[in-house]
Structure formats: structure tokens, C-alpha cells
Design a protein around this ligand. Structure first.
Ligand SMILES: CSC[C@H]1O[C@H](OP(=O)(O)O)[C@H](O)[C@@H]1O
Ligand SMILES: Nc1ncnc2[nH]cnc12
Length: 291
């Protein structure tokens, strides 16, 4: 198995990773576009970590403007095998108050203006996505949260809305009725692309608010969200430090096949594949294309 390289994507309020030692800045070029920021590669203990702030330095990019393909491709190019996404979110459950970390196990994709696949005309692929997160990585994150005394819950569906506006009360009630536990604006298509790139993915939904479904309560208050986000950021840094300290040297095979999702996924006959697209897929699909 490959050497484990732990990727961390920092969401709102998380623009660097304290505790990262021997940091190098990597200006990785991607044929898919411009990653949100240069990657920071360093170490915590014996674990190599690559950090990327999703919204760029100074939170330049809104959720719809992030080039998710460039981000995942760049992380793949530097060898990331396991990826933890740190994401602020709203909650649809009274038992998930602000400050709770929800380790989502499902997603509902409500986005509509984002490129959501590396594949397409000239090389069609369909990866399995019924189990969108890597259970062993989630279990490690849960153990790290427990060890750091961070309130967390394992499981729950994350609904990803387009944004950037927060939900209306009607939308919020609808998402709750769909069975979502939390809501955010960024984990789709990020998780889909990680799966296509054969990177094990886990998300930490860091609750900042109750969204707008509670009839007699005020709706989303942005100032409150920003305040909770800062506290969550400090806990997230401790969680990642603990996760890294106990991380295995070699990537652990994923029980739901995140790390070999392309084994049977390519459906375009070899003679009908577009060489230009194949060239762009060198990192993401190099294992199966032999590039
Ligand atoms: C600043 S609150 C709304 C914003 O926060 C979340 O971002 P991220 O997932 O990157 O932490 C949410 O998805 C919105 O983009
Ligand atoms: N209520 C909410 N809706 C969407 N994204 C969020 N990020 C943080 N809180 C959120």
C-alpha cells in the first residue's frame, strides 16, 4: 500500500494549520484550473500533512467560485491518500447544537452551478458513491475528537446548497424533512471528486447555528455564526493534531473502496477515448490509465 499522506481542507475560518512543522509551500499547477491557494506541506509527528484553505487566503472565493476539480487534482498530484474536510455548517437537529462536530456519513447534493466530475465526453466514468465517506478515516477522526474532548456525533446527512445566501425558512424546513442533519455550501462536489480521484474522504461538519427551521426562533444570524466559527476553529486544530499524531504510516485500504473506485468505472471504449482528456486525467486516473 502507498505511504499515507493526510490532506486537510480548511473551510470558513480555517486558513492555516497551527502545529504544522517543516512547512513548504507548493505551487501546484493543475490542468483543471487554479487551486484555491498554494498547498502547504509539513509534518505533525511522523505524518505528512498537506493543507489547503478552500476559500483561499483571506476567504477570496465564494462556495460557487471554488475550483473543486483543481483543488482535488492538486491534492492528488502531491500524493494525498486520505482527506479530511473541515466545514462550517448549520444544524437540523436540537441534539446537534452549535459547537458539535458532525462526522457526516451521507450527502444530498442540491448544488446546480458547479463542475462535478473529472470525466465526461471522451472518457465517461461512473464511480460508486452509495457510501461516500471512508469509514476507517471517520473512525480515526472520531477517536481524535474523543481524545480531545470535542463533542461529536458519528453519522448524519450533509445537504449541500448552492448559496451563497443562507436558506429561507421554507428551504430549511424542506431540508430537515428530507432527513438532513446538517447544511453547508461546499462538500459537493468536493466529496464526489475525491471519490473519482480515489482519495479516502471524511468530513467534519462543525455546527455554527440551527439554520432557519425553528418556527419561534430567530433565523440565521451571521455575526453569531462567525463567533462560533472561531471557537470551532481552535477545536479543529487540536483534532487534526491528534489525528495526525496517531496516523498510520501506510494508507489503510478503504472498506468501501474509496481508494480503488476506478477499478471498473471507465466505460468509454479505449479506442474512443479523447487523448486530450486522458492527458488531463494523468493524476486522477493515472493508476488505471497507466499514465
Ligand atoms: C461563513 S458561514 C457560510 C460558509 O461556511 C461554510 O463554508 P465551509 O464549508 O468552507 O466551512 C459554508 O459551506 C459556507 O460556505
Ligand atoms: N446555516 C447554514 N447554511 C449553510 N451553510 C452554513 N454554514 C454555516 N452555517 C450554515
Amino acid at each position: 500500500m502507498a505511504k499515507a499522506v493526510l490532506g486537510v481542507i480548511g473551510g470558513s475560518g480555517i486558513y492555516d494549520l497551527p502545529g504544522l512543522a517543516e512547512v513548504e509551500t507548493l505551487d501546484v499547477r493543475s490542468p483543471w484550473g487554479e487551486p484555491s491557494a498554494p498547498l502547504k506541506r509539513g509534518r505533525i509527528g511522523a505524518t505528512t500533512i498537506v493543507f489547503l484553505p478552500r476559500h483561499g487566503a483571506g476567504h477570496r472565493l465564494s462556495p460557487s467560485d471554488i475550483d473543486y476539480r483543481a483543488n482535488i487534482d492538486a491534492l492528488k498530484r502531491v500524493g494525498v491518500t486520505d482527506l479530511v474536510s473541515l466545514s462550517a455548517c448549520g444544524s437540523y437537529r436540537e441534539d446537534l447544537p452549535p459547537g458539535t462536530f458532525v462526522l457526516a456519513d451521507q450527502f444530498i447534493d442540491r448544488t446546480f452551478r458547479r463542475a462535478s466530475s473529472f470525466f465526461g465526453a471522451g472518457c465517461v466514468a461512473h464511480v460508486a458513491f452509495s457510501d461516500p465517506v471512508a469509514p476507517n478515516l471517520v473512525a480515526r477522526v472520531a477517536r481524535a475528537a474523543a481524545a480531545e474532548g470535542v463533542a461529536h456525533v458519528v453519522g448524519g446527512a450533509y445537504v449541500c446548497m448552492e448559496g451563497p445566501q443562507f436558506s429561507t425558512r421554507a428551504e430549511s424546513v424542506a431540508y430537515k424533512a428530507m432527513g438532513a442533519a446538517i447544511v453547508g455550501m461546499t462538500n459537493m462536489p468536493e466529496a464526489k471528486l475525491a471519490r473519482e480521484a480515489e482519495i479516502a474522504y471524511a468530513t467534519v461538519g462543525m455546527v455554527t447555528d440551527y439554520d432557519a427551521w425553528r418556527p419561534h426562533e430567530a433565523g440565521v444570524d451571521v455575526a453569531d455564526i462567525l463567533a462560533v466559527m472561531r471557537e470551532n476553529g481552535e477545536k479543529a486544530a487540536r483534532l487534526i493534531a491528534r489525528l495526525a499524531a496517531d496516523f498510520p504510516e501506510e494508507h489503510e485500504p478503504c472498506p468501501v473502496g474509496s481508494d480503488r473506485s476506478l477499478d471498473f468505472a471507465l466505460v468509454t471504449a479505449p479506442e474512443h477515448r479523447d487523448p486530450a482528456l486522458l492527458a488531463k486525467l494523468d493524476a486522477v486516473a493515472g493508476r488505471v490509465l497507466g499514465s
